[in-house]
Design a protein around this ligand. Structure first.
Ligand code: PEP
Length: 249
C-alpha cells in the first residue's frame, strides 16, 4: 500500500514573514496521527529559512528545480549537493512552467532527475499535456514520451522517483481534470512504470496537480492510482492546504 504525498509548490511566492506564518499555521493544524507525507517546495532563497523552521517536523522540504550538473560554470544553477546541504528531500523537475519558459526538454528533465537521485533527493517528475494536445487526442502519447525519457536515464532506480501528472490546461486556471480523467492518465503511467519494473509500479507515488483545492481534493484522492497531490495556489493558504492534507489521510 502506497502512502499518499501532499506537496506544495509555492512557485515564486513568499517572503521571510509570510513563510514563517504559513509554516507555523500548517504545523499547528496538522494531525499527529496523519499517515500522508507532506512537503513544501519553496523558492531557493528561502531554503535555509525553511530548513530551520521545518527540521524535526513532519513537513519535508523541497526545491522547485535542480541542476543536472555536479558543479562548475553554470551561472544561476543549484547542484543537488548544495540543495542537500539545506535539507532538501524532494526536487520538482520538469514543471510545465520550466518546460515552457526555460526551454527544458524531456532529456534535460531526465538528467535533472538523475542528478537528484544520485544525491539521495527524490525527484518529483512532472508530466502533462497542453490543451491543444488533449483536444487532438495526444494526452497518452505526450505523457508517455515525457516519462519514457526519465525511465530511459534512470531505469535502475526508477522506483525511487515520484511522478506528478499535471495537465497544463489545469494549472492555475481553476479547471481541474475530473477524478475519472485524472485516474485514466494515472493508470497509463502506472502501466508504463510496470513495464519498466513491477517494483516501481507498486512503489512510485503518482500525484495529481492542476487546481487541486480544498473542495475537490477528496474525490481526486479517492481514485485508485492517485497517490497524492502537487498543489500550487491552494498550498499558499494554510486552511486549504490542511484540508487537502486531511483528505489524504
Ligand atoms: C502547480 O503549479 O504545480 C499547480 C498544480 O498549480 P495549481 O494548483 O495552482 O494549479
Amino acid at each position: 500500500m502506497r502512502t499518499k504525498l501532499i506537496a506544495g509548490n509555492w512557485k515564486m511566492n513568499g517572503s521571510l514573514a509570510d513563510n514563517e506564518q504559513l509554516c507555523k499555521a500548517i504545523l499547528a493544524g496538522m494531525n499527529a496521527s496523519q499517515t500522508a507525507g507532506v512537503a513544501v517546495c519553496a523558492p531557493a532563497v528561502y531554503l535555509s529559512q525553511l530548513q530551520n523552521l521545518l527540521s524535526g517536523t513532519a513537513i519535508a522540504l523541497g526545491s522547485q528545480d535542480i541542476s543536472s550538473h555536479e558543479k562548475g560554470a553554470f551561472t544561476g544553477e543549484l547542484s543537488a549537493a548544495m540543495l542537500k546541504e539545506f535539507g532538501v528531500r524532494y526536487a520538482i523537475v520538469g514543471h510545465s512552467e520550466r518546460r515552457q519558459y526555460h526551454g527544458e526538454t524531456d532529456t534535460s528533465v531526465a538528467l535533472k532527475a538523475k542528478a537528484a537521485l544520485a544525491a539521495g533527493i527524490t525527484p518529483i517528475v512532472c508530466v502533462g499535456e497542453s490543451l491543444a494536445e488533449r483536444e487532438s487526442g495526444k494526452t497518452e502519447e505526450v505523457v508517455k514520451r515525457q516519462l519514457a525519457a526519465v525511465i530511459h536515464e534512470n531505469g535502475h532506480c526508477i522506483s525511487e522517483i515520484v511522478v506528478a501528472y499535471e495537465p497544463v490546461w489545469a494549472i492555475g486556471t481553476g479547471k481541474t481534470a475530473t477524478p475519472e480523467m485524472a485516474q485514466a492518465v494515472h493508470a497509463v503511467l502506472r502501466a508504463q512504470l510496470h513495464a519498466a519494473s513491477s517494483v516501481a509500479a507498486e512503489r512510485v507515488q503518482i500525484l495529481y496537480g492542476g487546481s487541486m483545492n480544498a473542495a475537490n481534493a477528496a474525490s481526486l484522492l479517492s481514485m485508485a492510482d492517485i497517490d497524492g497531490g502537487l498543489i500550487g495556489g491552494a498550498a499558499l493558504k494554510a486552511a486549504d492546504f490542511l484540508t487537502i492534507i486531511a483528505a489524504a489521510n
